[in-house]
Design a protein around this ligand. Structure first.
Ligand SMILES: C[C@H](O)[C@H](O)[C@@H](O)C(=O)CO
Ligand SMILES: [Mn+2]
Length: 412
């Protein structure tokens, strides 16, 4: 179907496709660097990612150094319409120096900032509280040992400084997201003590003031992880309370809740108490939290909530998945485009009609409209968006993904 025909079909329902395309173009997605190398990082050491997160698979082409990762990212961005961001973890420093985590500085990340400037993209950042000998107990900021806590507090403080410098250099606030793996494999007896230590460490870490125009603090909860099945110190309730009391962003990771819980339903609840939200868009499956996102009901409902609750202006959308069984660049491209497609579909819904049906308790009309809309020509609108942004679709996209993958397959 041509764009003009599809546009007319949406106009019949009072939906302006041009307004939807204009809005979609302005929504950046923060692509996570760690999909490109299986969460290994560039600290000039070997070892597993730890912290209960693990990429499985051995598809050829893993980026082995910052240059390879940047090349892969550039390719991925060229297959995704619009301008996006990069979400960098502290263990992806680019330097010949070998600073420990409590000694990282902005200069160790300067090549990333220069590159981001060249690309015209913003950066987000994360302290790395895993894959380190001082995290081997699965306890970091809540460790009973004060020396270990102080080590990680220093890492966190430095990460905030680095994030602020990144934000200042790029003219766009850098979200610095704190996720710690802290937890217990078996039932602990002193949960309160662990949570009090985590809170005190976070307070110490966040004490130095930062300019919100340069960096924004975010905290991320989790229900459980491999090796910490019984208790996660930074649970949802812990961080929701912390974020509300301290004025940080709350990071909602779609893979960090019980499988029957729904992020779409949480957004409006937390948004009434928080200024801004960070999303880690992911796809949980059984006990794993990080499959490449599909254009499925979870993602569609979340995007609908962002649009209907008018939350796009205060929600930072980041991705968080890692799959080493498929082309890593294809994973980024598929996942990011799916997030955009979900947003586009949400922007193309007849919200006025739906909301007036709901407020009139006319649930029959609400259901009829949402079901009829499933047959609307969303694909033609996406095709138009991609064409305007000079990005391929369908078989042309597959050809590009295959050809890039072939060019990196010889990496060992
Ligand atoms: C690498 C990320 O920090 C990590 O995935 C975190 O965000 C998380 O979700 C851990 O399960
Ligand atoms: Mn996450």
């Amino acid at each position: 179907m041509s764009y003009e025909t599809a546009k007319a079909a949406f106009a019949d329902w009072g939906v302006d496709t041009e307004a939807a395309l204009d809005r979609l173009k302005t929504i950046p997605i923060s692509m996570h660097c760690w999909q490109g190398d299986d969460v290994v990082g560039f600290e000039q050491k070997s070892g597993a990612s730890g912290g209960g997160i693990q990429a499985t698979g051995n598809h050829p082409g893993r980026a082995r150094n910052p240059d390879e990762l940047r090349a892969d990212l550039e390719f991925a961005y060229s297959m995704i319409p619009g301008k996006h961001r990069l979400n960098l973890h502290a263990m992806y420093l680019d330097t010949d120096a070998t600073p420990d985590r409590d000694a990282i500085e902005f200069q160790h990340f300067a090549p990333w900032v220069d590159w981001a400037k060249d690309q015209g993209i913003g950066l987000d950042f994360n302290p790395t509280f895993f894959a380190h000998a001082k995290a081997d107990d699965n306890l970091t900021l809540s460790h009973p040992d004060q020396g270990i806590r102080e080590f990680w507090i220093e890492h966190g403080r430095r990460s905030r400084d680095i994030a602020a410098r990144m934000g200042a250099a790029l003219g766009s606030p850098c979200v610095n997201n704190i996720w710690v793996p802290d937890g217990y494999k078996d039932t602990p007896v002193a949960r309160m003590a662990a949570r009090a230590r985590l809170e005190a460490s976070l307070d110490a870490m966040l004490a130095p003031p930062q300019d919100k125009a340069q960096m924004l603090d975010a905290v991320e909860s989790k229900l459980f992880g491999i090796g910490v099945e019984a208790c996660t110190v930074g649970s949802h309730e812990f961080y929701m309370g912390y974020a509300i009391r301290k004025g940080t962003l709350l990071c909602l990771d779609m893979g960090h809740f019980h499988p029957t819980e729904n992020i779409a339903d949480k957004l409006s609840s937390v948004a009434l108490s928080l200024d801004e939200i960070l999303l880690h868009v992911s796809r949980p499956m059984r006990w794993d939290s990080d499959h490449v996102i599909l254009l499925n009901d979870d993602i569609l409902q979340m995007a609908q909530e962002l649009v209907s609750a008018d939350l796009l202006g205060r929600t930072h959308i980041g991705l968080d998945f890692f799959d080493a069984t498929i082309s890593r660049t294809a994973a980024w491209v598929i996942g990011t485009r799916n997030m955009q497609k979900a947003l586009l579909r949400a922007l193309l819904l007849p919200w006025t009609a739906l909301e007036s049906a709901e407020s009139a308790l006319d649930y029959t009309t609400r259901l009829t409209v949402t079901e009829e809309f499933k047959d609307m020509p969303f694909g033609a609108i996406w095709d138009e968006f991609s064409a305007r942004e000079d990005v391929p679709n369908g078989q042309a996209l597959i050809k590009e993904l295959d050809s890039y993958q072939s060019s990196v397959s010889a990496r060992d």
